[in-house]
Design a protein around this ligand. Structure first.
Ligand code: ADP
Ligand code: MG
Length: 141
């Protein structure tokens, strides 16, 4: 597998719970490199654009409201096979189905308030990284 970049977000529920540091530690311990990070508080428009792919889903409105509840921490992660590795570390969308040792098992409280986001493919990673970060914000090494 080649080196990939993926977009991670520590969602507002996890920031509010004060577990952002524990999540960052898991990212670093997994050997993924943080190339960029910033704290933002999304507007409804910001969240709606980010999740536009889900606009026909019944949970879209509620998801956008949840993502605007408070600040979140988008990050760019890099590593070999990073998209799959970050999603494996996140765990299943529904924490009731998430495996032991995953971030969602440890920190998510519901299928909606599930602590973290991760891109699901190279094309979505490219869109999502560019949604939050310019080239000058990303520190390759
Ligand atoms: P993932 O984040 O695991 O890639 P999806 O892309 O399917 O999951 O959904 C995006 C986000 O929408 C989820 O992380 C979660 O916050 C929310 N979500 C997904 N399914 C539901 C649902 N059935 N009810 C409420 N919120 C949901
Ligand atoms: Mg998804």
């Amino acid at each position: 597998m080649s080196v990939q970049r993926t977009l991670a977000i520590i969602k507002p529920d996890a920031v509010a719970k004060g577990v952002a540091g524990q999540i960052i530690t898991k990212i670093e311990q997994a050997g993924l490199t943080i190339l960029a990070a910033r704290m933002i508080h999304m507007s409804g428009e910001d969240a709606g654009g980010f999740y536009a792919v889900h606009r026909a889903r019944p949970f879209y409105q509620s998801l956008c409201e949840f993502m605007t509840q408070g600040p979140c921490l988008p990050m760019v992660l890099e590593g070999d096979d990073a998209i799959r590795r970050w999603r494996d570390l996140m765990g299943a969308t529904d924490p009731a189905k998430a495996a032991a040792g995953t971030i969602r098992k440890a920190f998510a409280s519901s299928i909606e308030s599930n602590a973290v986001h991760g891109s699901d493919a190279p094309e979505t990673a490219a869109f999502e990284i560019a949604y939050f970060f310019s080239a000058l914000d990303i520190h390759a090494r």
